[in-house]
Write a protein that binds this ligand. Structure first.
Ligand SMILES: Cc1ncc(COP(=O)(O)O)c(C=O)c1O
Length: 388
């Protein structure tokens, strides 16, 4: 019998790897006298566009805003349908609703936990206008199949890349394959700006429209109106939103993005360590990327099936927390939530794979700043919870 030794401090799930460079840049923005949308946001957009090899990148204040604006710029109207996955964060579905359209869910592939592409076609109706694949955990969706369907039925593709900054599908950058790519820089993401998001798009006209929509519908570059070139009048040309990113957020993002590959390498090491050490335990482990694909290693979701693991998932969450290990759940399937049940009549049973996954999944800590010791603490805590 092994004796378990608990760690001293709580291991925060998704703690960001913040370094001195971004702290200094944030302080310098605060001291500069201009903390709103300005030159640092423009620089972050250029850096992100170049990192992704995208034609255009537009910064906003969350991926939720990115999705909402993309659905609007895609021209969705009331009655239009958008197909997405039952295994996602509520923001994906809410953004479709806020754009005035109707979300249509498709169940997941139980191995990849991404949208089951073999079931998309049966969900397409004459009202379908778009597909919103979510590259869950950072593993790319089968974009060839999704593009084939989009071409066949004349649909737009809005990629939810909240987990997929570093993701590539068969050598193509996630977020540049569809018409729009929506990224998140939320506190637990692979690049953080506290809150923040980015939209990549192929068309200059759409990028201009997104910029206008993100700042009240005011003409492009309205943020320059208080600059040293003198006051600039703006015109309101659309009923826009207050979705702009600030220079404080961009100051974080510029330096975070500069280290994105270094952090990816570290998270891959952690991923490999978990994979090697957990494979002999009675748990389900996340799918590895296919040949030619690149995983972003954003989440490491294990499956705790009580019949195999000998413990209920929610008890496992509590036991891990009691052992000072922060854990997450990504995600209880969308039809588990009362709002969607009431609004759309969805039931978990109609999406059995997403239901099962959502009731078994537990996300382990996967930040680049975890030490090997931290990772070993997680593994030891899991072994102890399972009585191994
Ligand atoms: C799949 C997915 N889509 C959208 C979002 C929304 O991102 P944000 O918090 O930046 O609005 C998240 C955030 O967790 C997410 O995980």
């Amino acid at each position: 019998m092994k004796s378990y030794c608990q760690r001293d401090s709580f291991l925060i799930f998704g703690a960001p790897a913040i370094e001195d460079a971004e702290i200094a840049e944030v302080v310098s923005v605060i001291r500069s006298g201009w903390i709103g949308t300005g030159p640092r946001v423009a620089a972050f957009e250029r850096d992100f566009q170049s990192y992704k090899g995208a034609a255009h990148a537009v910064a906003v204040n969350s991926a939720t805003a990115a999705l909402h604006l993309s659905f609007i710029a895609a021209g969705l109207k009331k009655g239009d349908e958008v197909i997405t996955t039952a295994n996602t964060f509520c923001a994906t579905v809410n953004a479709i609703i806020h754009a005035g359209a109707t979300p249509v869910l498709v169940d997941i592939d139980p191995i990849t936990c991404n949208i089951d592409v073999s079931r998309i076609e049966e969900a397409i109706t004459e009202r379908t206008r778009a597909i919103c694949p979510v590259h869950y955990a950072g593993l790319p969706c089968e974009m060839d199949e999704i593009e084939k369907l989009a071409r066949k039925y004349g649909l737009q593709i809005i990629e939810d890349c909240a987990h997929a900054i570093e993701t590539r599908y068969q050598g193509r950058e996630a977020g540049t394959i569809g018409d729009f790519g929506c990224f998140s820089f939320y506190v637990t993401k692979n690049v953080v700006t506290a809150e923040g998001g980015m939209i990549t798009t192929k068309q200059e006209g759409l990028a201009d429209r997104l910029k206008i929509l993100a700042l009240h519908g005011m003409t492009k570059d309205a943020w320059k109106r208080f600059g040293d070139a003198g006051y600039k009048h703006y015109k309101v040309v659309d009923a826009g939103f207050k979705y702009n990113m600030t220079d404080i957020q961009a100051a974080l993002g510029i330096h975070q993005l500069a280290r994105v590959e270094k952090n990816w390498v570290r998270r891959r090491e952690i991923w490999d360590r978990y994979s090697a050490r957990l494979k002999s335990l009675p748990l389900g482990l996340p799918a590895a990327p296919q040949e030619g694909d690149r995983h972003a290693y954003h989440l490491f979701p294990i499956r705790v099936n009580p019949a195999k693991a000998g413990i209920e998932r929610d008890d496992f969450l509590n036991e891990m927390t009691a052992r000072k290990i922060g854990v997450g759940v990504h995600y209880l399937s969308i039809p588990e939530h009362p709002f969607y049940q009431d609004e759309f009549g969805w039931t978990p049973d109609a999406f059995p794979e997403a239901k099962q996954f959502g009731r078994e999944t537990v996300s382990l800590p996967l930040s680049a700043n975890l030490t090997d010791r931290d990772v070993d603490d997680v593994i030891l805590a899991i072994e102890d919870c399972l009585g191994q």
